[in-house]
Design a protein. Structure first.
Length: 293
């Protein structure tokens, strides 16, 4: 049974970029709920976008944001559904998407992820060994499908894109795709090379999203406003254009500092929402990906 919910007036998800949100006062964060389609909802707080599929079979979540927000997130979900939270899917390993794992595991939630994501949490967690419940208990290499609440939720690997453990989550009946952080509608892309991300995988993930989406599909990025497939196409084309400019500068023998100073992304700065310093970071990542010295 669904309860009456007060929804936010605009669909803007996970406004914080990157991991800087860890230093904020979480007591001031409010969780906003948006009904995206049918029994699928999006939650905005601090960190990555959260998806919620509600119904008689219980609740399926996508990503968990930061640990201090779990109580607020659970309270928001209880306003959507009387069912218990049964499953949590992690789109990638960063703590603004996985920080609440341990809290939810203690509530009996079963966590799913790519094999690589679990390994990343186990071996690359800052501060030493991860909390016991942080690691997903069910992992997969190929695609996986959840049949619940009238949906056939598809977990589709996006290998070596933002990280080495990315998953695209597709809700065909709701006509919604969640990308995690391989696509963000704010700032420039982030190829997390230290955690297995790659330019080749990033471009393949964009193509995967575009191929799966229809013109009416709602695409929820890891951070930023909900978009359609045309926005992902434009994002992909921007990445290719900047890549080609950086490659040309490398062929000219330019150093990393010289490539950054040339600002190959400059004409996109006015088009990218909240570019901040992510343009320079992306150029540095491209320089490394393309074999710059």
């Amino acid at each position: 049974m669904l309860r009456k919910v007060v929804f936010s007036s605009c669909v803007v998800l996970g406004a914080a970029i990157g991991l800087g949100a860890q230093g904020q006062d979480f007591t001031k964060v409010e969780i906003k709920t948006t009904r995206v389609a049918g029994n699928f909802y999006a939650l905005e707080g601090s960190g990555g976008a959260i998806g919620v599929l509600a119904g008689p079979d219980g609740v399926l979540m996508v990503d968990s944001q930061f640990a201090p927000l779990t109580e607020k997130i659970v309270a928001a979900i209880k306003q959507i559904s009387d069912g218990r939270i049964r499953y949590l899917i992690n789109t990638h390993q960063h703590p603004d998407h996985t920080g609440g794992n341990d809290n939810l595991a203690k509530m009996g939630v079963t966590i799913f992820s790519r094999d690589e994501l679990r390994a990343g949490l186990a071996t690359r967690s800052p501060g030493g060994a991860p909390a016991p419940g942080t690691l997903p208990v069910i992992t997969y290499r190929g695609a996986m499908t959840f049949h619940m609440n009238g949906e056939d939720v598809q977990l589709i690997p996006a290998p070596a894109a933002h990280t080495d453990g990315d998953t695209m989550v597709y809700f065909p009946n709701a006509n919604v795709i969640m990308t995690g952080d391989y696509y963000r509608s704010v700032g420039y892309p982030n190829i997390d090379r230290a955690n297995g991300g790659s330019l080749k995988g990033l471009l393949a993930a964009f193509d995967l999203t575009i191929e799966r989406a229809a013109p009416t599909t709602k695409i929820i990025p890891g951070h930023g406003a909900m978009v359609d497939e045309t926005a992902v196409m434009a994002h992909r084309d921007m990445v290719i254009a900047i890549r080609d400019r950086v490659a040309a500068l490398i062929r000219q023998g330019k150093t990393q500092a010289e490539v950054i100073a040339a600002k190959p992304q400059a004409d996109y700065d006015a088009k990218v929402p909240q570019p901040g310093t992510t343009g320079e970071r992306f150029v540095m990542q491209l320089y490394a990906e393309l074999g710059g010295k």
